[in-house]
Design a protein around this ligand. Structure first.
Ligand code: DCT
Ligand code: MG
Length: 442
């Protein structure tokens, strides 16, 4: 909430621009700014006001219906909008509510900058209790969790940027030797940005450079990454993901009928291809999930289909919650695998390189086993997309004072965990309209 002393009460201005404005030549009659003092502070507000006026902008000290642009340094949309709505303006919908970045862009340009999406501070408050929490159709919410993004309209905004002439700098970076080399190295399973950077600084530029360098000791993961590079850098199809589901089903049903095998990741979001396959494997008996996962891995090993296996036991403990680490891996037992998938198991055959008649291919598979009371959170997190998850967490933190991760949802205001047995429950706790998995392709 905004403090009463810094929030000027709204009065209909009887006179046009203030006296101070008249000391400067007004160049932009059609633009009238109001700078929100909260977060900005009185002295910075005074300085920015003078700066803008010296460049020919009209800046009013009082918020009124004459204002065209409200500029705020506080990006917490909900408290800003709560205050704006309480100001009794007649035509708030006509006012652009903008982040300070629009102001600095305008000062730099010496004229009002064109309003871009990134400048907007969207109204995230519901207009009335029963109304939709999705952003109005015309405005695009800054949060991916308030947008419905199917697989066919991914990256539309970025593509627009590219087409509208800002691509020059982007293209220069993308075509640089450093970028291309890092991209090549990080495409190997087990090679992260740090290792890629180290190899680049050693003067290495190709896989043969890396493999011929005596000073490099590849770990087990990287060895498998190079060994199966051709297969695991080729896309996995939906049919192959489903075939892996059957393989997991068979293994899991050998020990218990009380089990859940659920496809997550990109394929649950309706993608036709992916870089790997992600499944949740668990049981409704809390505490038994780790056994189920170990059993599945053992089954795979007995069948001779494990090409690589990195099992990570549970590090889950209630005292670690809520997890404050942003973007951290979750604590559930999980396993990163490379499996051998037979052509005969896949509807329509394998996605193989031309001329490849081995009759099998290597595929990356991730398995995670959350205890059943955490299932909804794990399913939501592992379904992604990564960007959707990030925005959902950011929305929870910034707009609701809640902490969301793959284990739980914690309400900081109430000081309590909010239980959920379905994804719908989680969206409801956050006051968001439910977004279907295939609409989470942000
Ligand atoms: N995820 C997570 N915690 C992490 C990393 C990822 O919860 N530390 C989630 C986000 C998406 C999901 O797991 C699956 O990850 P990926 O397989 O990397 O993403 P994807 O959307 O399935 O992409 P692809 O289709 O290329 O596999
Ligand atoms: Mg995936």
């Amino acid at each position: 909430m905004f403090h009463a002393t810094i929030v000027p009460c709204v009065r209909k201005r009887s006179k046009p621009a203030s006296v101070t404005v008249n000391r400067h030549e007004v160049k932009f009659q059609e633009v009238r700014l109001y700078l929100v003092e909260r977060k900005m502070g009185a002295s910075r507000r005074g300085f920015l006001t003078q700066l803008a006026r010296s460049k020919g902008f009209i800046v009013d000290d009082i918020l009124s219906d004459d204002i065209t642009h409200v500029v705020s340094e506080d990006s917490r949309a909900s408290s800003l909008w709560e205050w704006l709505k309480g100001c009794g303006l007649k035509s708030l919908s006509k006012i652009q509510v903008l982040h300070i970045s629009w102001f600095t862009d305008s000062m730099r340009a010496g004229r009002p900058a064109a309003v871009e999406n990134r400048h907007l501070i969207q109204d995230t408050l519901p207009a009335s209790p029963e109304s939709s929490t999705l952003a109005p159709v015309a405005a695009i919410s800054q949060y991916a969790c308030q947008r419905r993004t199917s697989t066919d309209n991914k990256n539309k905004i970025f593509t627009e940027i590219i087409q509208s002439g800002h691509s020059f700098q982007v293209e220069r970076i993308l075509s640089s030797e450093r970028y291309q080399t890092l991209k090549l190295f990080t495409s190997v399973f087990g090679v992260g940005p740090k290792t890629a950077e180290r190899w680049y600084h050693m003067g290495l530029r190709s896989f043969s450079d890396v493999l011929a360098e005596p000073g490099i000791q590849l770990n087990r993961m990287q060895q498998s990454g190079f060994l199966h590079y051709g297969d695991i850098s080729r896309a996995v199809t939906k049919a192959e993901a489903q075939a892996l589901g059957n393989v997991i089903d068979e293994a899991v049903h050998m020990i218990t009928s009380d089990c859940i095998v659920a496809l997550t990741g990109g394929f649950r979001r309706g993608k036709e291809i992916g870089h790997d396959v992600d499944y949740i494997v668990t049981t409704s008996e809390v505490g038994k999930e780790e056994c189920v996962l170990l059993h599945v891995i053992n089954c795979f090993k007995k069948q001779g289909i494990v090409l690589y296996c990195d099992y990570q036991p549970s590090t889950f403990h209630i005292s670690k919650l809520p997890c404050q680490k942003y973007d951290a891996m979750d604590y559930f037992p999980k396993c990163f695998l490379i499996l051998r998938l037979e052509a005969s198991q896949v509807d329509g055959g394998l996605n193989c390189a031309e001329g490849d008649n081995r009759g099998w291919r290597a595929v990356r598979l991730d398995l995670v086993s959350p205890p059943m009371d955490r299932y909804a959170f794990a399913l939501l997190g592992w379904t992604g997309s990564t960007q959707f998850d990030r925005d959902l967490r950011r929305f929870a933190r910034m707009e609701k004072r809640m902490i969301l991760d793959n284990h739980t949802l914690y309400d900081k205001t109430k000081g309590e965990f909010l239980a959920a047995s379905t994804e719908e429950d989680i969206f409801a706790h956050l006051g968001l309209e439910y977004i279907e998995p295939w609409q989470r392709n942000a």
